[in-house]
Design a protein around this ligand. Structure first.
Ligand code: HEM
Length: 172
């Protein structure tokens, strides 16, 4: 039962958050929404850029299994660390204009939005597919989709770990 609960949380909160933030950024920058609508071959790159730029799981707590030196800092076994996937994905040494959302950014598949290594996210392919299908469907079926200016501006959920709009009012 606990495993099922964990799977539902791991698989639902994350993907709905990523779909929400992706639509938010695309609709705020209608130039990129129009680019995607006019050229669906950009969808896979948009999926990766969205996952990188507004990383749905910002960080996870981990425990070191042995002594390790990380970026010059020595840690003993059993140390608690916060692995900040979101910060890594905005590293200026890795990405030019790291804070910008740019669906034409080249070679951005190797971000850390889904973690890395033996405990990397087993649902990443499913999550990517869900976002891909959502973007393909929305750009095709609701090409005039836009933020509803008559409703309050979208706010993000006030949490440290999950990035997600609290609400997202749209119209078409
Ligand atoms: C946008 C969607 C998603 C994001 C951003 C995301 C992100 C992550 C991250 C960052 C980790 C930790 C990886 C690490 O420590 O290296 C993780 C682990 C995990 N994810 Fe996801 N995930 C998503 C969707 C899903 C889906 C759809 C499922 C299942 C249906 C899933 C199941 C899991 C499970 C079971 C783990 C734990 C793996 C382990 O500890 O060995 N995730 N995810």
């Amino acid at each position: 039962m606990t495993s099922l609960q964990n799977l539902l949380i791991a698989g639902f909160l994350t993907t709905s958050a990523l779909i929400g933030t992706t639509l938010l950024h695309l609709l705020r920058d209608r130039r990129q929404w129009r680019m995607l609508r006019d050229d669906p071959s950009l969808v896979p790159a948009a999926v990766e850029e969205a996952a990188r730029h507004d990383t749905a799981i910002q960080a996870f707590r981990r425990t070191t299994t042995g002594p390790v030196t990380l970026a010059g800092t020595k840690l003993p076994a059993g140390a608690t660390v916060l692995v900040a996937f979101g910060a890594a994905n905005r590293d200026e040494e890795r990405y030019e204009r790291a804070d910008e959302f740019d669906i034409t950014r080249p070679g951005n598949r190797h971000h850390l939005a889904f973690g890395h290594g033996p405990h990397g996210c087993p649902g990443s392919r499913l999550a990517r597919e869900q976002l891909r299908l959502t973007l393909e469907l929305f750009t095709r079926r609701l090409p005039e989709l836009r933020l509803d200016e008559d409703r309050p501006s979208p706010r993000m959920r006030p949490t440290l770990i999950h990035r997600s709009p609290q609400d997202l009012y749209v119209t078409w």
